[in-house]
Structure formats: structure tokens, C-alpha cells
Design a protein around this ligand. Structure first.
Ligand code: ADP
Ligand code: MG
Length: 258
């Protein structure tokens, strides 16, 4: 990406609200996601993080307000084009039947040489894995395969919704490293988590959500140092949650990891 593009926010939210019936899930969001580095969106369960991700990919549209992708109203862009430019990785690896190669071909690229390249980029051995049934991959391998599939499309931004929440600690760290690689090579990353320790490790920029509102933005240090009791409550509660978390077995198949 040319350096100039780094200055343009990859997403900007202007007065964005989302309601489902009577329930307002996001309230009047004014937010810019920078065009470089890793932006970590953190907030407790139910604060609206997944709704934010779904807006970015036009899985839903706002009830009011405007979302811009690199300055252009998302709704004025072709939705399939938007989905090619915005690479999504979800909490649970989306593994389809067939081999790893079949799964990667869903990206539209069926070239085994490219498949091996992109698997190598996520630290997986293509020679060994391409013919293997994707359903037999471990949770960590499956999530890396999903990231490889997303990268094959050549997205302009990576948007991930708690991608390590169902992974063991080691696989989670590998995924974090891959997000850092992507950001370093010029692809901005929007990374959603409820894990404050992960926010500290990854974030160039932070957004703190609570009850559908943005209650803080800034560097990790700025949000951690916020005197606002609401911000401290989110950061403290989530830190406490992390310590209680137990990690699933790294080698069990993805299907077993929920
Ligand atoms: P998070 O990802 O931070 O846990 P979500 O964005 O998934 O939060 O959800 C925020 C709130 O919106 C929750 O209370 C959830 O129940 C509600 N919600 C999400 N999607 C819908 C929907 N399609 N219909 C009604 N309520 C929804
Ligand atoms: Mg969520």
C-alpha cells in the first residue's frame, strides 16, 4: 500500500446507530479506524463488538449514520467488491468439507503453488496439509488455514472477531504474530477481543466499547490510564475474566473447540 493511504482512515463511522426492533445495540458511534497498524476493539460480551464487525462487511447496515471505507460510503460500493477488500476472520474457523486445498480454493484461487505459499505465510506446511481433510485440522491449524484463505483474496484490511477465543494459548500467539505481520506489511487490522492482555500485546490503537457506546479511544497506555471509572470497569473486569479462562487442548480437532 502506498504510504499516503496510511493517513486515510480505513473505516470511519459517522453517527452510526444499530437497532434491532426496540433494542439499540450501537449508539451514535463516531469513530475512525486508522489506515495503518492494529486497532483493537475491546469490550465486554454484549457491548456490540460483533455488530461493529458485521457493519464493516455489510452483513448488516446501520439503522442511522454513515460508514465510510477509505472515505467512500460503504453503501455506494458493490457489496461483493467490499467483501473482497475486507478480509474477515471469525471466532470459529469456518471449515468446509473436503481437503485443505479444497477449502483454500473457495477463495477463487485454485493454484496449488499459491496455496503452498499462503500456507507457508501462516506457518503451515502445504506439502503435508493440502491433501489432508480440513475437518481433521486442529483448532489452531484450522484458524490459520482460514486466515490463509482470507489472505489469498488479497484483502485491503483484515477484520477479525475474537479469532483466538477458541484457541489454545500457543495457537493464539501464532495468530497474533500473523496479525502483526499483516500490519507491518501494510494491511491495517481491526482486531476485536474481550482480552485486555491481548489488547496490550497487539494494539497500536484501542477502542473501548461498553453498552453500544465508544467510551475511550487512544493508545493502549492512554486507555489503560483513563481516569474514567466506566473505562476502568471494563478493563478491570475483562482482565479478571482472562485469568479465569481455561485453554482447550491445542491438538484436539477444531470441531471439538467451542
Ligand atoms: P459482542 O460481540 O460485544 O458480544 P454483539 O454485537 O454480538 O456483542 O451484541 C450486542 C447486543 O446486541 C447483544 O445484547 C445481542 O444480544 C444483541 N444483538 C446482536 N445481534 C442481534 C440481532 N440480530 N437481533 C437482536 N439483538 C441482537
Ligand atoms: Mg461478539
Amino acid at each position: 500500500m502506498p504510504p499516503a493511504d496510511r493517513k486515510v482512515p480505513v473505516f470511519s463511522f459517522d453517527g452510526v446507530s444499530v437497532s434491532f426492533g426496540e433494542t439499540t445495540v450501537l449508539r451514535d458511534l463516531d469513530l475512525q479506524i486508522p489506515g495503518w497498524g492494529i486497532t483493537v476493539v475491546v469490550g465486554p460480551s454484549g457491548s456490540g463488538k460483533s455488530t461493529l464487525v458485521r457493519l464493516c462487511d455489510r452483513l448488516i447496515d446501520p439503522t442511522s449514520g454513515v460508514i465510510r471505507f477509505r472515505g467512500t460510503d460503504l453503501r455506494s460500493l458493490d457489496v461483493l467488491e467490499v467483501r473482497r477488500k475486507i478480509g474477515l476472520v471469525f471466532q470459529r474457523p469456518a471449515v468446509f468439507s473436503g481437503s485443505t486445498g479444497d477449502n483454500l480454493s473457495i477463495s477463487g484461487c485454485t493454484d496449488p503453488a499459491r496455496h503452498r505459499e499462503v500456507l507457508a505465510a501462516v506457518g503451515l506446511d502445504g506439502e503435508e496439509l493440502l491433501l489432508r481433510e480440513a475437518a481433521a485440522l486442529s483448532g489452531g491449524e484450522a484458524q490459520r488455514m482460514c486466515l490463509a484463505r482470507t489472505l489469498l483474496v488479497g484483502p485491503e484490511v483484515l477484520v477479525t472477531d475474537e479469532p483466538t477465543a477458541s484457541l489454545d494459548h500457543r495457537s493464539a500467539r501464532i495468530l497474533e504474530g500473523l496479525a502483526k505481520d499483516a500490519a507491518r506489511s501494510g494491511t491495517p487490522v481491526l482486531w476485536v477481543t474481550h482480552d485486555i492482555a491481548q489488547m496490550r500485546r497487539l494494539a497500536d490503537h484501542c477502542v473501548v466499547l461498553a453498552e453500544g457506546r465508544v467510551i475511550a479511544t487512544g493508545s493502549p497506555q492512554q486507555v489503560l490510564d483513563s481516569p474514567d471509572p466506566a473505562v476502568q470497569a471494563v478493563l478491570h473486569i475483562e482482565d479478571h475474566d482472562d485469568q479465569a479462562a481455561s485453554w482447550p487442548d491445542p491438538d484436539s480437532p477444531a470441531a471439538d473447540q467451542d
